[in-house]
Design a protein around this ligand. Structure first.
Ligand SMILES: [Zn+2]
Length: 463
């Protein structure tokens, strides 16, 4: 539906429109193939490592074969066929070892030649990467690849006790409440999916109490959405002394943005439920899902993750990730250097789930900040983790000489907080960089509704 028409409908009809779109989405997502994957993978995920390796071996063989036959880029490279062995782990390792590493720049320059020729274009869904560099890459997915990714999502959700029909709250980027609306409700309902969709574009301090009321009034069993928005509303709940009682929700599922260090505690405390963590990328070549130990398990049926080891201890290896997607026939990504790094456990996870498991993955969604000394510093969201007087903050940088820090202050914010903040920043960025702290009422979101902790045009040019 046209946005302009939607914006002029009465709220009741907007709810109906949301319900209709929800019904369409559900029909596209909950396909027979999705249900089959979910059922099979719930069984394989609770099985043995050997069983998972056998599935990987079979699917890797198939995707390599498809790449050789139908994908112009790979056909030109004249890839060898998959290595045959009775030992699945050995076959996987040897097959991967004979494939070249794929760089993002290679895909960017030849995207069309990664598109399999045997699938009619009208069957394919279009997507794009959400890189911070501003140069989004085109992507293509088969409906089966989307269903498989959705199966990894729902395997995680069901492992936390959530079921497909549970009522839930969504904090996504869609503009579902017209911007000119100034009074509640700042949410709409999709009755078909038992879903309440909250607007991310009306979350000013004077309106957040209405969100808190609505959350308390709902019968939702889980919450999903952008972590920055869940954090914002979670903080409002805590500041009003109104967290949800523990156990009322089964889980909270952050999506689309990285869960930053300072988000987690607030969200779990406010919603009284554990976070169901997931790492995935728009290339649909990797998926990892969280466990009770706080680790990320590779969804082995969906993709293979290798680590280019740059650091090793007795128990872990760490370095850039190479991912191989096993499910997207439209554009196979083989040993793709995705741009994220991770730390993998050498042994099994104490939680008992079989397969590869990571302590953490650093999705480089934030820009790095440059210093006058020439350092490039990432993961600056950690600065704000312990700044209790700072409600929200964003670092902006145009040149290596200086940064601006936009700060939404809590009532407790004072001179000491500011000194502490500057000290914390200096501990990471050094003594030479100029730091300007600027108090603001709110941090603007990106056009897609996402929050960015660090925006550095200077750092982006070097990344
Ligand atoms: Zn685990």
């Amino acid at each position: 539906m046209k946005d302009s028409l939607y914006a002029h409908l009465p709220i009741g009809l907007q709810n109906l429109a949301c319900t209709f779109v929800g019904w369409q989405l559900a029909r596209a997502r909950f396909t027979p193939y999705f249900h089959r994957c979910l059922e099979e993978w719930e069984a394989s995920g609770a099985g043995s490592v050997e069983g998972l390796h056998r599935i990987q071996q079979r699917r890797l063989e198939r995707i390599v074969d498809r790449a050789r036959r139908y994908v112009p880029y790979y056909r030109r490279l004249d890839l060898p066929p998959a290595y045959v062995s009775r030992d699945p782990a050995d076959a996987i390792a040897r097959t991967l070892a004979q494939l070249p590493v794929l760089e993002k720049t290679t895909y960017r320059d030849h995207a069309e030649s990664f598109l399999a020729e045997d699938i009619p274009r009208r069957r394919l869904h279009r997507g794009r990467t959400s890189g911070t560099t501003g140069s989004a890459l085109p992507l293509w997915y088969t409906p089966e690849a989307l269903a498989e990714e959705y199966a990894t999502v729902w395997r995680l959700r069901r492992s936390l006790g959530v079921s497909l029909s549970d009522p839930h709250l969504s904090f996504g980027g869609k503009l579902i409440v017209p911007l000119r609306q100034e009074a509640p409700p700042f949410w709409r309902t999709n009755a078909h999916g038992s879903q309440t969709l909250f607007s991310l574009y009306h979350m000013s301090p004077d309106r957040l109490p209405a969100y808190v009321d609505a959350i308390h009034d709902s019968s939702a069993r889980y919450v999903q959405g952008y972590p920055s928005s869940l954090h914002l509303v979670g903080r409002a709940m805590l500041e009003a002394g109104r967290p949800l009682p523990k156990g009322r929700l089964k889980a909270v599922f952050p999506s689309s943005e990285s869960l930053l260090a300072f988000h987690r505690e607030t969200i779990e405390a406010a919603f009284g439920a554990p976070i169901g963590d997931r790492y995935g990328t728009s290339e649909l070549a990797v998926s990892m899902t969280g466990c009770a130990e706080g680790h990320l398990h590779v969804d082995m049926e969906f993709g293979i993750v290798e680590v280019e080891v740059v650091q090793e201890t007795d128990t872990t290896v760490a370095g850039p990730l190479l991912v191989t997607g096993l499910g997207n026939d439209a554009t196979p990504f083989l040993r793709y250097r995705i741009g994220d790094t991770g730390t993998r456990l050498k042994g099994p996870c104490p939680c008992g789930r079989p397969g590869d498991v990571f302590l953490d993955v650093d999705g480089r969604v934030e820009d790095v900040v440059l210093t006058p000394e020439g350092n490039a510093v990432g993961r600056l969201d950690h600065i704000f983790k312990d700044q209790l007087d700072v409600a929200e903050a964003q670092i902006l940088q145009d040149s290596a000489e200086a940064i601006r820090v936009l700060v939404v202050r809590r009532p407790s914010y004072g001179e000491a907080s500011e000194r502490g903040l500057v000290k914390e920043i200096r501990s990471r960025l050094g003594s030479r960089i100029e730091i300007a702290i600027e108090p603001v009422d709110e941090i603007p979101r990106e056009p897609n509704g996402k929050f960015r902790a660090v925006k550095s045009s200077a750092g982006r040019q070097t990344a």
